[in-house]
Design a protein around this ligand. Structure first.
Ligand code: NAD
Ligand code: DAU
Length: 347
């Protein structure tokens, strides 16, 4: 069986590829990745010479790139991880790349999958498509799509295109919607790796607004295991939610990281809030638990310790990413946000 993984040089995709190859179940993987700022072949260094693995540099937003890879390989399944994935960039850098990759890129993959009679297409989506919850309740698969930021709007658009390809054209499609992932190889623009990196360097930890926005956190390996289960056993045309059953305010996550690192809470710096910041996400994973017997293997306290240890012992990986363009991005995003702009400056 040969599968196409798009975005496999990113955080979740690289963890997924490593997990599948470790299963040694005869699967071959082609990784199509454009190597944007978030794509990093270092993430796959340990498996780059595996004969079951092929890397192809290409952009899913470009039909020619997609057609080329489908012409060279016969895929049994396609898993679309590739995306512009950061909410803050969609708000402060620009939305064009989000539309090109998340929407046009998804449609290009759906078209090629249909044309080349791929047996199954899996869309890696997100709980952000549901918008924000009030004080109570959980996202279920039937919660209406109410995306509130440009990133989640493009992911919701993609989910609708996937649904339409299944409904109108009979392509066998499945979709997963997961909560916030954390773990090794996450780009240090996202909350957990950013806070670990800043705390380790005794730099301020920029917490948006009052720090009481709630996210559900899942260890990346649990998400990847769920994706693989949905690929193999999920029902066509269905959506499966996944979460870590650990929905807490951001400030609690930040304090936990400081406590693991033995750093003072005085590093916490409240900064201007994210515009339109979704207040609360919490996810009901009962469908995938009931129908596919998925369970998360990692509890948050154990997984966050493992994650912090990984970043400490992979400081070279982190520092490579925190140099160059990253510093310009950091200054742009955080410099204007706080009276403590000087203190937030990485330079
Ligand atoms: P990431 O930003 O770490 O990685 C994205 C990868 O996609 C990178 O390797 C990048 O080079 C590649 N890519 C971007 N544009 C591309 C293009 N046009 N063509 C080919 N490759 C391209 O993202 P991630 O956090 O690993 O997220 C992966 C997927 O999971 C995304 O679809 C995201 O929406 C979804 N998701 C993420 C989370 C999370 O917490 N990170 C939670 C739920 C769902
Ligand atoms: O819910 C799933 C989504 O989780 C995925 O679809 C996205 O791809 C992924 O990036 C993530 O989105 P969030 O916006 O929730 O993740 P982020 O790590 O950027 O932020 C988590 C929370 O922490 C959010 O409430 C904003 C807050 N935050 C974030 C950063 C980067 C801060 O307070 N300070 C920060 O510096």
């Amino acid at each position: 069986m040969k599968i196409l993984v798009t975005g496999g040089a990113g955080f979740i995709g690289s963890n997924y590829i490593r997990q599948v190859l470790a299963m040694e179940d005869g699967r071959e993987i082609v990784n199509l990745d454009a190597l944007t700022y978030a794509g990093n072949l270092e993430n796959l260094k340990d498996i780059q010479d595996d004969s079951r693995y092929t890397f192809v540099k290409g952009d899913i937003g470009q039909r020619g790139d997609v057609e080329r890879v489908f012409a060279e390989h016969r895929f049994d399944a396609v898993l679309n991880f590739a995306a512009e994935s950061h909410v803050d960039r969609s708000l402060h850098v620009g939305v064009d790349a989000f539309i090109a990759t998340n929407i046009q890129g998804t449609q290009n993959l759906l078209d090629a999958s249909r044309e080349h009679e791929v047996k199954r297409y899996l869309q890696v989506s997100t709980d952000e498509v549901y918008g924000s919850l009030g004080d109570e309740g959980y996202f279920t698969e039937t919660t209406p799509l109410e995306p509130n930021n440009p990133y989640s709007a493009t992911k919701a658009g993609a989910d609708c295109l996937v649904r339409a390809a299944g409904h109108s054209h009979g392509l066998e499609v499945v979709t997963t919607r997961c909560s916030n992932n954390f773990g090794p190889f996450q780009f240090p623009e996202k909350l957990i790796p950013l806070m670990i990196a800043n705390a380790q360097e005794d730099k301020p930890l920029p917490v948006y607004g009052d720090g009481l926005h709630v996210r559900d956190w899942i260890f990346v390996e649990d998400h990847c295991a769920g994706i693989d289960l949905v690929l193999r056993e999920g029902k066509a045309d269905e959506v499966y939610n996944m979460g870590g059953n650990y929905d807490v305010p951001n400030i609690e996550i930040v304090r936990n990281i400081l406590q693991i690192l033995g750093k003072p809470e005085s590093l916490i710096t409240y900064v201007e809030d994210r515009p339109g910041h979704d207040r609360r996400y919490a996810i009901d994973s009962s469908k995938i638990q009931r129908e596919l017997s998925w369970e998360r293997a990692y509890a948050f306290p154990q997984a966050i310790e493992k994650t912090v240890e990984w970043y400490l012992s992979n400081d070279g990986w982190l520092q490579n990413l925190r140099s160059g363009d990253y510093q310009d991005y950091y200054r742009m995003l955080y410099g204007e946000r706080s009276d403590a702009a000087e203190g937030l400056d990485l330079a």
